[in-house]
Each structure stands twice: as structure tokens, then as C-alpha cells.
Ligand binder design. Structure first.
Ligand code: SAM
Ligand code: DTB
Ligand code: SF4
Length: 367
């Protein structure tokens, strides 16, 4: 077993990230093989259960209400709609459904109760259920756990320093607090980030310091390449070089040896050969389905052809951890507390976010 370290320094991680490519690949693949079956890749399907209209100003996100991105806001999906989509995902080889909501945080009430029902329903289909609903309190995380949630996704997204250049409406500590709240339950933690937002290699290393310091480390870590969406403050960022993606995946594998490292947003820009290098470097999970939340993703059939070509097999559900038990709503031990979130809000503005917000207002007035 490789040693799990929670004391990586930024300098050590940068040194790994900048190693000659062949050495980096060899080191990462060696660790990967010790901890995981290199021919098994977990397949997760994303489902946007509540799209658009979000109050946050995340500079990368097409769902932030303040930017003009053409994303139509939708109401929360029904439990039946979600069940139908989950069944389709299971048929096409997914072992996990990840439900995303364009919320700043979870609010106690009928909509959250409906999400809890979705969690119960998918867990009963014997699939791993993941949610990404923004910030949660400990009580809300406990209620999700009781419903049968397998994982909660909450990304750190970048280094603490660069986070301030991307989002002004919440702070890094808010993200860490939610991860802490999830950790107090039986739900596994899924946390990673985005590359290609204009951050430096030091920032990428800084994010990995923050993730590796978590104890226990996250059970899964998505590595997203920015999808630069028109109308967002990051619309002009250049596409991530495949070599950067490979380096990031390999470095993540080395500092988070047991974690499932997920190739997330940005796969439409990656060749099969590029993705194969990422799998060799330690990626062992993907988001499948022709859509991520609002942007395109490779066709499922193409992904399955790639799996066949590379001799990869989709991971079975509950391979890493037993299936959680679902407690019915009527038997719940936790009451809804009607909590008002108390999250920090740093008093700063980000120039490029303000510019895009202003431009969106002008589009609205002129149309
Ligand atoms: N609202 C919740 C939150 O912010 O935690 C959940 C949904 S949010 C869309 C989930 C994650 O998607 C973000 O943390 C970010 O890592 C990723 N994401 C969003 N827009 C992206 C983009 N344009 N390119 C790459 N990743 C993106
Ligand atoms: C994650 O790290 N990436 C996924 C999932 N977790 C929720 C979301 C990617 C979103 C990409 C932009 C979009 O489709 O809106
Ligand atoms: Fe809202 Fe999440 Fe998008 Fe930020 S990333 S704007 S919190 S949906």
C-alpha cells in the first residue's frame, strides 16, 4: 500500500507536476496499479435536476443568473423524471447518478424533501447516488445520508488564493465547512476542481495541497477542464492543453492514491489517445452521457467504443463501499430545522465578473 500523506507541501507537489513526462507517468501508473484495477473505470451520469438562475457569481459557470449565457432556468425535476433518467443511465452502463442543482446552498423545505425522495428512489435502483447542491449544514448532510446518499460533490475548484479571483460571493472556508459537514456523516466526499481558468501551476498544486490535507482524503476527485462558455467572465480562456490535463491527473493520482480520479468536464475537446494517457496516468472514472449539466459531453456509444478499444470495464456499483441503507421519510430521525445558512461573504468584487454582469444587464435592456 502506498502511504497516504496529509502533509504535502506546494513545493513537493509542484516538483511532481513538473517532472519529465515519462517519469511522471511511470510514477503515477505504478501507484495507480497498487491501489486500483487499471482496467476498471467508474462511470457516472450527471443529471441537472435544477438548472440555471443561480445567485452565485462563479466566473466559470453558465448557470449563474447574473451572466448572459443563454442557459434556460428550469424548475426542480420530478421524482419520476429523475427515476426514468436513472434507469436509462443504468442501462447504458453507469453505476452512479450525480444530481446537480444550481443552488448556492440547500434550503430546508419541500424542494429539499423532493431531493431526498430522489435519493431514496435511485438508491433503491441499486445505483450509487451523488448530489451536488451547493453548501449544506450538518443536519442537511445527515438527512441526505439517511435517505441513502452515497457521495456528496463539493469542489474546492482552485487554490485558496486563486479562488478569490473567480468567485466573490463566498469564500474557500465556506467550501471546506460544507465538506466538513458531509464528513460527519457516512456519505463519501467527492471534491476536486477545474484547470484552465487562468491559474498558475502553483495554484494547481495549491488545490492539491488543500485536497490532500483533508483527513480522510476525498473518496473521489473530479478534474474538470474549463468549458469556456460565452457570456461568463472566463469565456476567453484558451482550451486546456492535453499535456496539462495529463500532468494534473498524474499528480492527483500520486498525492491522492486511493481516490477515484474522475475525468470530468472538457472531454469533448480530448482525443481518445489523450484520454487513454489520462487513464494510464491514474484517472479511473468519467462522467458519461451526452450532456454534463448544461454543456455537451461525448456520446455514450463513443465512450463505450473507447472502453472496448482500451479493454476497460465499467466499475460495478458499491465496489469500494457497501450500499447505504435508505430510511423512509416517515421513519426519519432528523427533523427539518429550517436553518438559515450563515456563510461568510468576503467583501470584495472581481473586475471581470462585474464587467460580464454589466454586459448581461445591457443585453436585457436592449432586448
Ligand atoms: N451549485 C453547486 C456548487 O457550486 O457546488 C453544484 C453545481 S456546480 C455546477 C458543480 C461544479 O461544476 C463546480 O464546482 C465546478 O467545478 C463545475 N463546473 C461548473 N461550470 C463549469 C465549467 N464551465 N467548466 C468546468 N467545470 C465547471
Ligand atoms: C464536477 O466536478 N463536474 C461536474 C459535476 N462535478 C457536477 C459538472 C461539470 C459542469 C460543466 C459545465 C456545465 O455543463 O454546465
Ligand atoms: Fe451556482 Fe454552482 Fe454555478 Fe456557482 S457553480 S454559479 S454555485 S450552480
Amino acid at each position: 500500500m502506498s502511504e497516504i500523506r496529509h502533509n504535502w507541501t506546494k513545493e513537493e507537489i509542484l516538483e511532481i507536476y513538473n517532472k519529465p513526462m515519462m517519469e511522471l507517468l511511470y510514477d503515477a501508473a505504478t501507484i495507480h496499479r497498487k491501489q486500483h484495477d487499471p482496467n476498471v473505470v467508474q462511470v457516472s451520469t450527471l443529471l441537472s435536476i435544477k438548472t440555471g438562475g443561480c445567485s452565485e457569481d462563479c466566473g466559470y459557470c453558465p448557470q449563474a443568473a447574473r451572466y448572459h449565457t443563454g442557459v434556460e432556468g428550469n424548475d426542480l425535476m420530478t421524482v419520476n423524471q429523475v427515476k426514468a433518467q436513472a434507469l436509462r443511465a443504468r442501462e447504458s452502463g453507469s453505476s452512479r447518478v450525480c444530481m446537480g442543482a444550481a443552488w448556492r446552498n440547500v434550503k430546508d423545505g419541500p424542494e429539499f424533501d423532493q431531493v431526498l425522495d430522489m435519493v431514496r428512489t435511485i438508491n433503491k435502483l441499486d445505483m450509487e447516488v451523488c448530489c451536488t447542491l451547493g453548501m449544506v449544514t450538518e443536519n442537511q448532510a445527515q438527512r441526505l445520508a439517511e435517505a441513502g446518499l452515497y457521495a456528496y460533490n463539493h469542489n474546492l475548484d482552485s487554490s485558496e488564493e486563486y479562488y478569490k479571483e473567480v468567485i466573490s460571493t463566498r469564500g474557500y472556508q465556506d467550501r471546506l465547512d460544507t465538506i466538513d459537514n458531509v464528513r460527519k456523516t457516512n456519505v463519501t466526499v467527492c471534491s476536486g476542481g477545474i484547470i484552465g481558468m487562468g491559474e498558475s501551476a502553483e495554484d494547481r498544486a495549491g488545490m492539491l495541497v488543500a485536497l490532500s490535507t483533508l483527513n480522510p482524503q476525498p473518496e473521489s476527485t473530479p478534474i474538470n477542464a474549463l468549458v469556456a462558455v460565452e457570456g461568463t467572465p472566463l469565456e476567453d480562456e484558451k482550451p486546456v492543453e492535453i499535456w496539462d490535463m495529463i500532468r494534473m491527473v498524474a499528480t492527483t493520482r500520486i498525492v491522492l492514491p486511493e481516490t477515484q480520479v474522475r475525468l470530468s468536464a472538457g472531454r469533448t475537446q480530448m482525443s481518445r489517445e489523450g484520454q487513454a494517457m489520462c487513464f494510464f496516468a491514474g484517472a479511473n472514472s468519467i462522467f458519461a452521457g451526452d450532456k454534463l449539466l448544461t454543456t455537451p459531453n461525448p456520446d455514450v456509444n463513443e465512450d463505450m467504443k473507447m472502453f472496448k478499444l482500451l479493454g476497460l470495464t465499467p466499475q460495478k456499483p458499491f465496489t469500494k463501499k457497501v450500499q447505504p441503507q435508505t430510511v423512509e421519510a416517515k421513519d426519519s430521525q432528523y427533523e427539518s430545522l429550517g436553518e438559515k445558512p450563515r456563510w461568510t461573504r468576503p467583501e470584495h468584487t472581481i473586475e471581470r465578473n462585474e464587467v460580464k454582469k454589466q454586459e448581461a444587464k445591457e443585453v436585457k435592456i436592449s432586448s
